[in-house]
Design a protein around this ligand. Sequence first.
Ligand code: ADP
Ligand code: MG
Length: 471
Amino acid sequence: MAKKKQEKLPRIGLLYLDYVLRFFDKSNFRGWPDKIETVTYHWKNDKNRFIREVKRKKIDILIGNIPATAYETFREIARALPHVQFIPSLDTQFSNKSKENVTRFAWKYDIPVPKTYIYYDKKKAEKFIETTKYPKIIKKSYGPSNYGGYFVHKVDSKKEAQKLLAKKKYHPVYVQDFVPMEADVRVMLIGHKPVCAFWRRPPEGEWLTNTSQGGSMDYQDVPKELLDLAVKVSKAANAEYWACDIAVGQDGKYRILECATAFAAFPYIRDWIGQYLMWKFSNGRFPKPNIPLYNWEELGKMDSSVLRTLRYITFGRYTPSYDGAYFLDSKKIATVEGEVDLNKLDEAYPMLLTEDRNYEEWPSEKWNFQDNYGKSIVEVKAKKNPEYGDDESAEEAEELPLLDEKKMSEVLTSVKGIGKKKSEKILKHFELVELIHALEKEPQKLLDISWLKEHILDSLVDEWSKFKNTL
Ligand SMILES: Nc1ncnc2c1ncn2[C@@H]1O[C@H](COP(=O)(O)OP(=O)(O)O)[C@@H](O)[C@H]1O
Ligand SMILES: [Mg+2]
């Protein structure tokens, strides 16, 4: 048989950062025939060198998780490398940066979360603390080592809240309604298919479900309906791989607590992600991994010390004629609609390709509230807490203050050499957010406008910073 001429594969690079635990290594991509490059980000002013290295190595696809504190830098890096596909995309990793971002993502896609209040303005935060009902949960939204419930606090009164905030100085002030819960479930997905899920239950009489705080975990009977929510969230994020923590409230409702591409996963799960990505990027040359739903109920019977060493787990395909050869054959799962055969259910959760997109869903000019607040100001039309029909529905997360085109044209026309006509032309050429971003970060970009000369640009930048200080 004549050997089919094989298509050239894209060049893969693994994205590493100094001091950051590596989620992938080459062994997760076993069988990939070409060299897999690595590129390491060294923090502190390493942006341009990093960009050069990616270009020099001719990388097409850069795979890896970006930690919260490098997120904004990597949004800039990704812009400077428009031909490199970041996996997961920076948009998918938006939720990795902060709890605020998780909340904004959930609000946009109508994903249920505990009711959340976010304040950058100290006065507004104080007023909220003064008037809201308790108990509440206060969290640190953003920070280098944000895990394990360490920066999550329950406050039972106004006094406690004030004391805590005076001590912790969290910015923004991020507050949630306290949701009494039975447990939460961590679900991991690959290509929107759940591949692992387990319960985390709080210790007796405690409210924190984190196992690092002494709670317990188990893999049995995760409700199908809860998996459905996890799939919805993964799809909304367009995530190649994804983990959600879903709270199961005492009211029976499911709510997302956390979701991200960065999570702790057994090595065999990272192998599956590698296989999925090889399938995605090889145009069918590598097979799609076959990972049956609820496999975790079986694998979870093993001790975690075994699970930590298992590699390259594969499952046989389901063949109805081959009696009893496959665990999906005999297994039944309880759902709200009654018992279903697992082999039927498995088909309802296909492993899907993510979309390749060529636009930014969460551009930093608009969504990096943390750095923009009080500096570049734009109107952000964002969804907030949906109506819950309770008496606090009037309280809303605040928005950045408004800067409209009218204000901007005042700034523009205050520059000698820019009249009303020219100011209109500038605002036609650039969207308001773009213009602000350019003034803040790369004024040179404005020289795209042919008649705008260097000296005019200089005074414009001056006027802009003067204007900012008046805010
Ligand atoms: N709104 C809430 N109501 C009740 N418990 C909560 C709430 N938010 C978080 N928790 C509890 O605190 C734990 C840690 O919160 P989480 O938001 O996951 O932060 P971390 O980044 O520290 O894991 C959760 O696993 C859950 O048990
Ligand atoms: Mg958590």
